[in-house]
Design a binder for this molecule. Structure first.
Ligand code: NAD
Length: 282
């Protein structure tokens, strides 16, 4: 029975994941290396709960209940007693490998270790642990409190029991899971990120302005936002990291990251989270 959940990394995704678990009455231990990020995450959760109240999705009393269910910490050892753990640290192989090694030593032996990675191999992360059958991908979409989909990714060693537990867990959060095998980008990012990368190439080649690229895709293909707005929303560092995983994973030049995307990340224009990406949010 899963009652207490560890969330590792309290950034854009980690705060959303903590929010939905806490809202659905799980106790959440929210870990980050930075106190400032934890404070920011709690403020974001409170703000987003306020939005949900306004739109009639939740009731007033659920705000306090949800916030009371979340315990922030910068000590990974505080996750020792969690029944389930989901990692949402930066999309960096070394950081995630290190976390899976440490978590494997810290948490109870039956605890499932999930990763919210957008593209890194679940099988490779599972091999850092002594419980590869209990390692799985649980890939939430951004913004987590709003988006219905969760991709569930089975690594080579993930057991049927782990898979079924995580399906049930996703449904208990009122999410609708889709199953993917463990290959780079899984379903959504295998298709979405090359589309965004191509939009950046269209801008790079001077074929159209950013506004017209976004308008073209928004009005022409009925997407709720254009690909460059979406790139700013996801974070350009994350977009580049995923594109690189596809490029390395398939060794296929069709996944080459656009030089402009690389340049934007070098410039620190990472999108909405820093106030500037393709568009200015300051
Ligand atoms: P983010 O940069 O907003 O947050 C990452 C957080 O991890 C930060 O708060 C940082 O302080 C913390 N961190 C850094 N090193 C850490 C460590 N060693 N241990 C614990 N925490 C650490 O990133 P994000 O957008 O929330 O992405 C997190 C994960 O979710 C990535 O794997 C990403 O691919 C995936 N993801 C992102 C999106 C998206 O739209 N941004 C969507 C789905 C999945």
């Amino acid at each position: 029975m899963i009652k207490t959940v560890g969330v590792v990394g309290a950034g854009q995704m980690g705060n959303g994941i903590s929010h939905v678990f806490a809202l659905h009455n799980y106790k959440v231990i929210m870990y980050d290396i930075s106190d400032a990020q934890l404070d920011k995450a709690l403020k974001t959760i409170e703000k987003n709960l306020g939005r949900q109240l306004k739109s009639g999705v939740i009731k007033e009393e659920q705000i306090k209940q949800t916030l009371d269910n979340i315990k922030p910490t910068t000590d990974l050892n505080d996750l020792a007693d969690v029944d389930f753990c989901v990692e949402a640290a930066p999309e960096n192989e070394e950081i995630k490998k290190d976390l899976f090694k440490k978590l494997d030593e810290i948490v109870k032996k039956d605890t499932i270790l999930a990763s919210n990675t957008s593209s890194i191999s679940i099988t490779m992360l599972s091999a850092q642990t002594n419980r590869p059958d209990k390692v799985i991908g649980m890939h939430f979409m951004n913004p987590v409190p709003v988006m219905k989909l969760v991709e569930v990714i089975r690594g080579l060693a993930t057991s049927e029991e782990t898979y079924n537990t995580v399906l049930e867990l996703a449904r208990s959060l009122e999410k609708d899971p889709a199953l993917a095998k463990d290959y780079p980008g899984f379903i959504v990012n295998r298709i979405l990120i090359p589309m965004i990368n191509e939009a950046i190439c269209v801008l790079y080649e001077g074929i159209a302005t950013k506004e017209d690229i976004d308008k073209g895709m928004k009005l022409g293909t009925n997407q709720p936002m254009g690909p460059l707005v979406l790139a700013d929303f996801i974070g350009l560092d994350t977009v580049l990291a995923i594109q690189n995983v596809l490029y390395e994973g398939f060794k296929d030049p069709k996944f080459r990251p656009c030089p402009l995307l690389v340049k934007m990340v070098e410039a620190g224009r990472l999108g909405r989270k820093v106030g500037k990406g393709f568009y200015d949010y300051t």
